[in-house]
Write a protein that binds this ligand. Structure first.
Ligand code: NAP
Length: 474
């Protein structure tokens, strides 16, 4: 029997679809899953593609079924399962073989695994894949890290299975070691912010304007034909118009408003803070999911603090303002995401091409949108002071749309409508357009209690204040 060009471990949602995508693109692939019945079920459903697939019930058979040097994709849950699969494969691999982790790994794990496997003569690639089940089957966006020479061995497969933007593959090698998984992590962080912002707009329309889910869905559908055109606005329009088969009412009205925030969104916030960055829109979105989980507390709070919103006074929010506000907030989220990528690139010496990252996101992935091509061009030209909001084209958009963002946040605040991501976006925007902030006082406070010193605006060599003593303590 002829040998397969590539192997895949983990026939869950993503692995099974990725394997079919690889097979459909004409690459013979050997597959293995821990629960062997899942492998059999997968083969039974593979139809005509079964000819390209070699099912294996043991990792040893999987490794023996591959051409050398071997290339094996792992698509299992991130964390310990990846280490366990790597350990199970190692006895059957030879020097020069390659393992590709295509799950949502923490990039620190990717760096550790690559370094450890290198010592044993094995190549390791961390590869972020976005697009969910549908993307995995028909074309995901693929963010590759690791050794560039290793990627060249599988480039033809990865490009073939990826989404295409005007014939250009949405897949590339973006930097060494953990770069691919880091870019995927930040992609997911932006995804968190984008989803949260759309949900905040939905909240205004539902709670302040009393509109039905279906009507909001129709409005989103209209917006999806304009500058907000994106996968997330499109699916939001779709899900808001779906009916619950049991009650007959809107499906979304029957869904408990609690979400988790494990994994990539949280990692984005953690890594950002470690790098001295604060992508507040992403942090707000992670935090909002955390707050959502405290449902019992929120229900108690609703009783204690009922009726505190300002009566009258707030202007009506126009649909056009909401659309513009969402656009402005979204640009700010991307600005923060790119700044974070840049900071990590410098810290880990990845030499990330931000333009290429944005290009890879133009199709196939969850955050794909009509704005990404323009963002890619702006990033290619170099982001002034590292911020998309200062780039040509985007600065003009922000000037046009930031008034709407301000009006929406102000009206929502008066009416007690929470907008964590929108508020964070506005706070960042206003901070970034103020040359002299208020940290002079923070520095004075620090010098007072800790003699930390400060820099003077006149550059003179005198770094402590004349604070004296004699304060009244309380
Ligand atoms: P899934 O449907 O839950 O499948 C998990 C797979 O991992 C199964 O094949 C399972 O095998 C295998 N597995 C789990 N623990 C294992 C272990 N200790 N040893 C060997 N195999 C093990 O998961 P998924 O949604 O495909 O996600 C896989 C990866 O892709 C994750 O890192 C996820 O974060 C990432 N991802 C998911 C999406 C998405 O939309 N779902 C999108 C992008 C990335 P058994 O059948 O034996 O349990």
């Amino acid at each position: 029997m002829s040998k397969a060009r590539i192997g895949l471990v983990g026939l869950g949602v993503m692995g099974a679809n990725l394997a079919l995508n690889i097979a459909e693109n004409g690459f013979p692939i050997a597959v293995y899953n821990r629960t062997t019945s899942h492998t059999d079920d997968f083969m039974a459903d593979a139809g005509a593609l079964a000819d390209q697939l070699t099912p294996c019930h043991e990792v040893e058979t999987l490794c023996a079924s591959l051409t050398t040097p071997r290339a094996i994709i792992i698509m299992v849950q991130a964390g310990a399962p990846v280490d366990s699969v790597i350990d199970s494969l190692k006895p059957y691999l030879e020097k020069g073989d390659m393992i590709i982790d295509a799950g949502n790994a923490n990039f620190h794990d990717t760096r550790r695994r690559e370094a450890a496997l290198k010592e044993e003569g094995l190549n390791f690639i961390g590869m972020g894949v976005s697009g969910g089940e549908e993307g995995a089957r028909h074309g995901p966006a693929i963010m590759v890290g690791g050794d560039p020479a290793s990627f060249e061995v599988i480039r033809d497969i990865i490009e073939a299975i990826s989404a295409k933007y005007q014939d250009s593959p949405c897949a590339d090698h973006l930097g060494t070691d953990g770069a691919g998984h880091f870019v995927k992590t930040v992609h997911n962080g932006i995804e968190y912010a984008d989803m949260q912002m759309i949900a905040e707009v939905y909240g205004i329309l539902r709670d302040m304007d009393g509109r039905s889910a279906g009507d909001i869905g129709k409005l989103f559908e209209e917006w999806n034909a304009g500058p907000l055109a994106s996968y997330l606005v499109e699916i939001s329009a779709h899900v808001l118009q779906a009916s619950d088969p049991i009650s007959g009412g809107p499906m979304v009205d029957m869904i408990v408003d609690k979400a988790g925030q494990k994994g990539t969104g949280r990692w984005t916030a953690i890594e950002a803070l470690t790098l001295g960055e604060s992508p507040m829109t992403i942090e707000a979105a992670v935090g909002a999911r955390g707050w959502s989980a405290a449902k019992e507390a929120r229900e108690a709070g609703e009783k204690i603090y009922a009726g505190l919103e300002v009566q009258g006074g707030a202007h009506a929010i126009l649909d056009a303002d909401l659309e513009q506000a969402l656009l402005a907030a979204k640009i700010i989220a991307y600005s923060q995401g790119f700044a974070l990528l840049d900071a990590a690139s410098k810290e880990y010496d990845w030499n990330l091409d931000l333009g290429r990252c944005a290009e890879v996101w133009r199709a196939g992935c969850i955050i794909r949108s009509s704005m990404l091509d323009e963002m890619a061009s702006a990033a290619r030209a170099g982001l002034p002071n590292g911020q998309l909001i200062f780039a040509d084209g985007f600065a003009e958009k922000m000037k046009d749309a930031s008034g709407a963002l301000r009006r929406v946040v102000a009206a929502a605040a008066l009416k007690g409508q929470p907008m964590p991501a929108f508020s964070a976006a506005l706070a960042f925007f206003d901070t970034m357009r103020k040359g002299r902030g208020t940290t002079d006082l923070v520095q004075a406070q620090r010098d007072f209690f800790g003699a930390h010193g400060f820099d003077r605006v006149d550059g003179k060599d005198h770094h402590h204040g004349p604070w004296g003593s004699g304060l009244k303590s309380f």
